[in-house]
Ligand binder design. Sequence first.
Ligand code: GRF
Length: 207
Amino acid sequence: MLEKGGGKARIAVLVSGGGTNLQALIDAEKSGIIRSGEIVLVISNKAGAYALERAAKAGIKAETVLLKEAGTQEAFEERILKLLDENSIDLIVMAGFMSILSGSFTNRYPDRIINIHPSLIPSFCGKGFYGLHVHEAALEYGVKVTGATVHFVNEIPDGGRIIKQKAVEVMDGDTPEVLQKRVMEQAEWIILPEATEEICAEIVRGK
Ligand code: GRF
């Protein structure tokens, strides 16, 4: 938790893969876009995720919590909660994190867990809509505009209150990979740092 008299909100970033959104957050802290918070912990549920390399390069403490080592989803979530508690985390940012957290987890941090989803919720979201599948569905449907959404996380996959969205044009001939990259570059990597700063500023004001 924040030390007396302000200070910065302590951010934990949950990752599973390449960590491009983590990198956007790291860069945003360096450039001053994120100034009311500091990333103090990265937690991956996948050993060897490249996101862990990014954390190491940035000198950020990183931990790996594996479901198969924990045994059950409950024990897995307890291990994550323990790390969050030990590091006095104020805000949890899910950035490419591929595990659905239970209501008992999300209820421990009301309005303090956010997620980046690569579509304009409520389109192409919910169970099964993650990573490339989201862009495949958008192209399949034939939408002309897609984008990204930052939302609060509750027990419903992609169901929490929307915080920020940014639209991205779908171009003729787009493949899912090309569209994913455009959505990342033009939307995800912009609105996730912006939303993170806004919420950290609120947390700091509220302390
Ligand atoms: C991205 O499509 C992001 O929208 C989703 O996970 C994917 C990988 O993100 N949440 P990252 O490169 O690991 O940040």
